[in-house]
Write a protein that binds this ligand. Structure first.
Ligand code: PHE
Length: 357
């Protein structure tokens, strides 16, 4: 019995020394917890010493019990102290270390859209004429034959109508109601000349339709139309306005020329060419230029003096009033401006193509 007291005392003394050193040497909290378990756990050293208590004589049991409890509390206190020290050290190391970059690369904003090149060029053209005092008007894309051809003095069955391969919408029944997809924006001339009285200066832009389809023609394309009617309007006014327009669009230095041409609703009629902006003689690039085909000129619009017959058909006195008119294809202007080789690119709408404008 006395042996048990001795063995217990000796065991506790040895344990006291041992766990002190081991706890202080524990490198981290996990190691520290393992050490604590080796003392206080089910199979721990203190737990096995505790079993000796049963053999201690009853009169010394209280005393020895307190001794064991004292050691147990000390183990707990040491454990806590070491745990806190380890945590403080870990925190200090973390703070001293180079800062962690916790940011992710930002989400790229969705690419910003912009107006289609056709819309950009159309607005630019309309803006130039607005600056020159032209007012804007609108006309429908599904139109009466009357407004698209008849009032513009296209004679019935005249071969000139073959110039504009037409999409007919309604042909049977009442001749007055024959309808088609407008083949040009000149229907706005028929409408405005019939609805208003001179003086007037009007521009209009929009979609038109013809049955042709190749690298430079699309069955749907866009035009800008303009006309000015007043007393005393001459070909000189036409030349002045269209030369100013061409120079604002292509630059002040751009050469401009007028060539005789035929449209049933003008007399005389002309086409306007602008000096090719893609090549030049001095640089030796003219001969091989694919855009102007070596001519040095780009055809940009049709124009002429409004035919007296058109004025009469629209109820305007052709003895008193004269006027000029012009029309141009927007796709063509855009293709020339940006060097686009195939008109279809403008309608396929691939983002990689459109992003270039
Ligand atoms: N309407 C003609 C075309 O589409 C262009 C034009 C308009 C010509 C006005 C002369 C005057 O080809």
């Amino acid at each position: 019995m006395a042996d048990a007291v001795e063995a217990l005392s000796a065991g506790l003394a040895a344990l006291g020394r041992q766990f002190h050193e081991q706890f202080e040497a524990a490198p981290d909290e996990a190691a520290l917890r393992a050490l604590r378990a080796s003392v206080l756990g089910k199979k721990g050293e203190l737990t096995s010493l505790l079993k000796l208590l049963a053999q201690v004589p009853p009169e010394r049991r209280k005393e020895m019990g307190e001794l064991v409890n004292g050691v147990k509390q000390e183990v707990e206190a040491r454990f806590e102290a070491r745990r806190e020290a380890l945590a403080r050290a870990a925190r200090a190391a973390e703070l001293a270390a180079p800062p962690l970059d916790l940011t992710l690369p930002g989400r790229a904003p969705a690419p910003r859209g912009h107006l289609h090149p056709i819309t950009q060029v159309r607005w630019e053209v309309l803006d130039i004429f607005a600056q020159l005092g032209f007012e804007q008007a609108w006309g429908p894309e599904v139109e009466l034959e009357l407004n698209n051809f008849e009032k513009l003095a296209f004679p019935a069955e005249h071969p000139a109508m073959d110039m504009q391969d037409t999409f007919w919408v309604r042909v049977g029944g009442d001749d007055q109601l024959r309808t088609l997809l407008r083949t040009h924006t000149s229907n706005v001339q028929s409408r405005e000349l019939s609805a208003r009285r001179p003086p007037m200066a009007i521009v209009s832009g929009g979609a038109v339709y013809r049955r042709d389809d190749d690298v430079t023609h699309s069955p749907m394309f866009h035009q800008v139309e303009g006309f000015l009617v007043d007393e005393g309007v001459s070909f000189a006014h036409l030349k002045g306005v269209l030369t100013t327009f061409a120079r604002r669009l292509y630059g002040e230095a751009a050469p401009v020329r007028f060539r005789p041409s035929y449209f049933p609703f003008v007399e005389p009629g002309a086409e306007v060419d602008v000096g090719c902006v893609f090549c030049d003689v001095a640089a030796g690039t003219r001969a091989g230029c694919r855009v102007c085909k070596g001519t040095g000129w780009l055809e940009v619009l049709g124009c002429g003096m409004v035919h007296p017959e058109v004025l009469e058909r629209c109820g305007i006195d052709s003895e008193r009033f004269t006027g000029f008119a012009f029309g141009m294809g927007i796709e063509r202007l855009a293709m020339l401006r940006y060097g686009i080789p195939d008109i279809r690119l403008l309608f396929e709408n691939h983002p990689r193509f459109l992003a270039q404008f």
